[in-house]
Design a protein around this ligand. Structure first.
Ligand SMILES: [Mg+2]
Length: 231
């Protein structure tokens, strides 16, 4: 079966894998705006991660209000305004495009492939998506925050396949291997491709819930993808 669509993971796959290391610093800025100790904020954000990425904390403003209260602070509306701005600015810093990836997406689309995305993400990415450089380049973006479930839930793969109008058997799923995403892709009937990020040795340590299943197709970086599709 040929490939007609390519579904990407977001963090560490389309984004620069080195950027994730800046997340703690960006959270520190948000914590300062909220008037919450940075360590407590970091801890509360980590503990709430499964609920935040499935939408249970609401949008960014509601999330930060609730996290602040969990940390023992009831922020004023003006502090919350500043915290939302800090959080959104920090989110921009951890999602710069991987070098060359925007051109790659343009080339794949020009070659006729439909492009999809499945991301386990919290509110910040969904709220900003249309304004990101990725938004206009992806035909169907599926977010855990909107769907209410996370990888490797098969419903995410079914949703992107349906929105692309391409059966799963004709989709490749390309990711850096967090969240057991490749096992989900395989079970959904897609062809999994692992991006090992060989040039980013520190990135693997930041991956959440790593996938123990390794696909037979692996590439060191995304620039090897077109060559793999051709073979
Ligand atoms: Mg990833």
């Amino acid at each position: 079966m040929g490939v007609r669509a390519i579904v990407f993971d977001f963090f560490g796959t389309l984004t620069d894998p080195a950027a994730e290391a800046g997340r703690r610093e960006s959270f520190t800025a948000t914590a300062a705006a909220l008037g919450v100790p940075a360590d407590r904020f970091w801890q509360a954000m980590g503990a709430s991660f499964p609920d935040r990425i499935t939408g249970r904390y609401g949008d960014t403003r509601a999330t930060l209000r609730r996290i602040a209260r969990e940390c023992g602070t009831d922020p004023a509306e003006s502090d919350l305004d500043a915290a939302v701005r800090a959080q959104q600015a920090g989110a921009v810093l951890v999602r710069p495009p991987r070098p060359g990836v925007l051109d790659l997406l343009d080339r794949l689309r020009a070659a006729g492939y439909r492009l999809g995305l499945i991301s386990d993400c919290s509110s910040e990415l969904c709220e900003a998506w249309p304004e990101t450089p990725y938004g206009p380049r992806i035909d169907a973006a599926v977010f855990s925050w909107q769907q209410g479930y996370r990888k490797p839930d098969l419903r995410l793969y079914e949703a992107v396949s349906a929105r692309l109008g391409v059966p799963a058997a004709e989709c490749w799923y390309v990711g850096d291997g967090g969240s057991r995403e490749h096992d989900g892709a395989r079970r959904a009937g897609m062809r999994p491709v692992l991006v090992t990020n060989a040039a980013y040795p520190d990135a693997a340590a930041l991956r959440s819930d790593p996938d123990p299943y390794t696909p037979d197709l692996t590439i060191p970086d995304l620039d090897a993808l077109p060559g793999l599709i051709e073979t």
